[in-house]
Design a protein around this ligand. Structure first.
Ligand code: PMP
Length: 402
């Protein structure tokens, strides 16, 4: 008999398993469009020039490996709040925001959940778009929250189903939490327009729903940070709503494995913010004691230095520009090869992913016959495409559909 008799077998995470499957494939022309990690024109991981420079600065200054404070690096937390809110809103609201460095975006979501749980005797319901990033349900279910999916995407029209969205908001239980992808919705690549965001904010405010922003692609989506932070600033600024913002620097700084993130909890009252700040500190202490230092020092160096920050803005343009160009290239090749069906949706989407709308059977064929690795829901990471493989991918998709 074992202490762990109750342990069940949990299948591996689908996206990480797909990466492992790709790595084990000896086929020379194999293409990995699974995991959302940026790749350069040669298909290689890219260290941002701004990040490289920040690393040099840190090395010159002399890097120590002391513990950070429990809440994380003060300058990093402050710079994060500043860039996410924008200078003006930051000046106005900084004293009403509790911030805590986190283990990237996932850690920020988890901390936000811990804080929301600690503040409510009756656990609020979480409304989560369907489809969504595969980890959302896991993170919030593991904390005991009742999670409910709402229809976000119209698979037939291959576009955002805004009417279903509004209708969910009109019927949602007051005092529930709604998960909002701040921009570059994963996996669909379909975001609400500015007008639609206004409607969403008004409905949520009227029904006392709490916005929890998952913000993993700020600046990476359009290449312009301010543009990508539109929805967050609308809710916090114009709408004067309380909200949580879970920030990740994995994609926009290419700091994936360094786990650099931050939770911003904005409230209506200074004293509430002070209390929440103290709770975040207590919750962080019991989870990880204090967060990792190296990545936060890099991010803080980039955000806090004008020259490096300008370089970083340029780096985000480089990444988002290359992704946009590859999205267009794939579309053109699909049309050129006469791939059955319409492909307009692909160029209407934005962000890191293309949501192709292929059947599971086609996805498997792509993998098994053509060594093109695509997530089960036919989401592709566009960053995995380059001039050397886009034609092969388009031809493979076309053949699998014929
Ligand atoms: N949210 C979404 C929607 C994502 O796509 C990701 C990254 N795949 C994350 C959060 C968090 O990633 P990380 O924990 O690496 O910052």
């Amino acid at each position: 008999s074992s202490w762990f008799n109750q342990a069940q077998f949990i299948p591996p995470d689908a996206i990480f398993a797909l990466t492992a499957q790709y790595q084990a494939d000896p086929f020379p022309q194999k293409v990995n469009l699974g995991q959302g990690t940026y790749r350069d024109e040669e298909g290689k991981p890219w260290v941002l020039p701004s990040v490289n420079k920040a690393r040099e600065c840190l090395r010159t200054k002399g890097l120590q490996h002391e513990y950070l404070p429990i809440l994380g690096l003060q300058s990093f937390r402050e710079e994060t709040a500043k860039i996410v809110l924008g200078a003006e809103l930051f000046k106005e609201q900084a004293s009403k925001i509790a911030t805590c460095q986190s283990l990237s975006g996932t850690g920020a979501l988890h901390l936000a959940g811990l804080l929301l749980r600690a503040c409510h005797t009756k656990l609020p319901k979480f409304y989560i778009p369907e489809p969504t990033w595969s980890n959302h349900h896991q993170v919030f279910q593991s904390l005991g929250f009742p999670c409910e999916s709402f229809k976000y995407y119209d698979h037939e029209m291959k576009s955002l189903d805004i009417e279903s969205y509004y209708s969910m908001l009109r019927q949602a239980e007051p005092n529930s939490v709604v998960i909002l992808h701040a921009c570059a919705h994963n996996p669909t690549g379909c975001d609400p327009s500015k007008e639609q965001w206004r409607e969403i904010a008004q409905l949520m405010k009227a029904r006392q729903l709490f916005p929890l922003f998952d913000s993993a692609y700020l600046g990476f989506n359009s290449g312009n940070f301010d543009e990508d932070a539109f929805a967050i600033r609308l809710f916090l600024g114009e709408m004067q709503m309380e909200a949580g913002v879970c920030v990740s620097f994995a994609k926009n700084m290419g700091l994936y494995g360094e786990r650099v993130g931050c939770i911003l909890m904005s409230t209506v009252d200074r004293q509430v913010a002070v209390n929440m700040q103290s709770m975040l500190e207590m919750l962080q202490r019991s989870e990880v004691s204090n967060p990792p230092a190296f990545g936060a020092k890099i991010a803080s160096q980039v955000l806090g230095n004008d020259e490096l920050k300008q370089m970083w803005f340029q780096d985000m343009m480089t990444m988002s520009g290359r992704i946009r160009a590859m999205r267009a290239a794939l579309y053109e090749k699909l049309i050129f090869f006469g791939a059955p069906g319409s492909w307009e949706h692909l160029i209407q989407q934005s962000g890191m992913f293309g949501f192709l709308g292929l059947s599971h059977e086609v996805v498997l064929k792509l993998r098994e016959q053509h060594h093109v690795y695509v997530a089960d829901n036919s989401r592709i990471s566009i960053a995995g495409l380059n001039a050397g493989n886009v034609e092969y991918v388009a031809r493979s998709i076309t053949q699998c559909l014929r």
